[in-house]
Design a binder for this molecule. Structure first.
Ligand SMILES: [Zn+2]
Length: 466
């Protein structure tokens, strides 16, 4: 047995901020004791980590990543190996990635494919949601089996006709199944049928630059789809989790539903909180770096997202990490914005960007941990193994220096992508030591982890229902 003692830090969870020493045995947290108490002073350990002046926080839980995702004729540029290593650098110790059912395939075949990609390659722990692209009698039955084995959430798309898209009838069937088996339906809420018409019209009129990606994917079509998804979930009697909410009007739909007492939840992402259509309009095709769906919105929407995070109308900040290199990948869409692969890198930056929001006064320290660690763990059935620091929890712990200064750059990041969406941005705060199940994987600018340390996590059903 190995014992590690983390001394002198401020332990921050979603619930508390306490000056406490943390005792780790092998892979688990076994005890916390008040700093300076006789209990804490009496502890001995093989390794003592001095956290004086630092925060001691749970490892981040990023509930929305797409490593190696096939999209638009290419693949997301981070493998499970490079992507989870970058996650570790940024203080994230669990990812929940999306396995994909292709049309005509079973859920099982898709899940097996994603297991094969991830197994033996991850630096930190990982789990899977299942993307359901083909709702039929067989895949509905498979949903029950997946819930039983710990894949307890299913993503459906109201966008991308011909690829991931499900019509309202299929969505309703999947939601009904979720209501019965406890699976949580996650929704990409954009009216893809209407968007495709606007795309065609824009291209025909010669509007081909990246910024038109933002213009055709109208806010109203996000709001409309969000509203429709909520109503379908209500008819099915199912809870609903809306991914990557970006428009103020969509937040309003969620707030209204929640005020009515529905189990409706919303996620947003750092790119919607820190970037805007100004980035999409950058000249010389640079705007392609910021093409993702839902798209970036005008700056005015950011205030509504921050407010939603404070009032709990939005519960989770995930990255939707889906990187494509500018050279050779984003460039596929030169002269036709609809051919730009959709997605941004971010798995390494999320914890730090949200800490900057603490520094800026947008959210409290505990809310930072809640939206980035505790709630994603609860939402997707990983709590309290993940998302908190408590006796019995996995020792996924970050020693975080709130005073460190860093400048985000592709020159220094660890994601396998040739640009940063936050290039040059100054941030206060940085993960100094990162522990995954009791093993130090990053320490003072040195990577000590290894591919294959990360372990697959089966999940309970949603622990966040009212
Ligand atoms: Zn996504």
């Amino acid at each position: 047995m190995s014992r590690t003692l983390i001394r002198g830090g401020l332990v921050i969870t979603a619930a508390d901020e306490v000056h406490a020493d943390v005792l780790v045995e092998d892979e688990k947290v076994v005890a916390l004791a008040a700093a300076g108490s006789t209990v804490a002073e009496g502890w001995t350990a093989d390794t003592v980590i001095d956290a004086t002046g630092k925060y001691v926080i749970p490892g981040g839980v990023d509930a929305h990543t797409h490593m190696e995702l096939p999209f638009g004729g290419t693949f997301a540029s981070d493998s499970f190996e490079t992507g989870t290593r970058a996650a570790a650098w940024g203080g994230t110790t669990t990812i929940v990635d999306f396995a994909v059912q292709s049309v005509g395939e079973s859920l099982r075949a898709g899940l097996d494919t994603w297991h094969a990609k991830a197994e033996g390659n991850c630096a930190v722990d990982y789990a899977f949601h299942m993307i359901v692209s083909d709702v039929n009698e067989h895949s509905l039955k498979e949903m029950d089996l997946l819930v039983d084995e710990g894949v307890t959430s299913f993503k459906l798309f109201m966008a991308y006709p011909g690829v991931f898209y499900s019509d309202d009838g299929r969505i309703l069937r999947a939601m009904q199944r979720g209501a019965a088996n406890g699976g949580l339906v996650m929704m990409h809420a954009e009216n893809g049928i209407a968007i495709d018409v606007l795309v065609e019209q824009a291209l025909a009129a010669g509007r081909t630059d990246p910024r038109y990606h933002g213009e055709v994917r109208r806010e109203l079509l996000e709001a409309e789809a969000t509203h429709r998804a909520i109503r379908l979930a209500e008819v099915a009697g199912a809870p609903l989790y809306v991914v990557h909410v970006s428009a103020e009007q969509a937040v309003a739909e969620l707030a209204t539903a929640r005020d009515r007492g529905l189990n409706v939840f919303g996620e947003t992402c750092p790119q919607y909180l820190f970037l805007s259509t100004d980035n999409l309009a950058e000249p010389d095709f640079e705007g392609a770096k910021y093409v993702c769906s839902t798209p970036l919105r005008p700056k005015e929407h950011q205030a509504a997202l921050w407010k939603g995070l404070r009032t709990n109308d939005l519960q989770v900040v995930s990255t939707d990490h889906c990187p494509f290199c500018f050279v050779g990948q984003k460039e596929l869409g030169r002269g036709d914005f609809s051919k730009i692969p959709n997605g941004l890198p971010g798995v390494e930056n999320r914890m730090d960007l949200l800490h900057q929001a603490v520094v800026d006064g947008q959210i409290s320290r505990r809310r930072w941990i809640e939206i980035a660690c505790a709630t994603p763990a609860r939402m997707f059935g990983l709590y309290p193994r993940k998302g908190t620091i408590a006796p019995g929890a996995d020792a996924d712990i970050v020693i975080y220096d709130p005073g460190a200064e860093q400048v985000v750059s592709a020159a220094t990041h660890h994601m396998n992508v040739d640009y940063s969406a936050y290039e040059g941005k100054r941030l206060r705060g940085k993960a100094r030591t990162v522990m995954s199940r009791g093993t130090v994987v990053v320490d003072q600018d040195r990577y000590l982890g290894r591919a294959g340390h990360g372990r697959y996590q089966t999940r309970e059903t949603c622990q966040y229902l009212v």
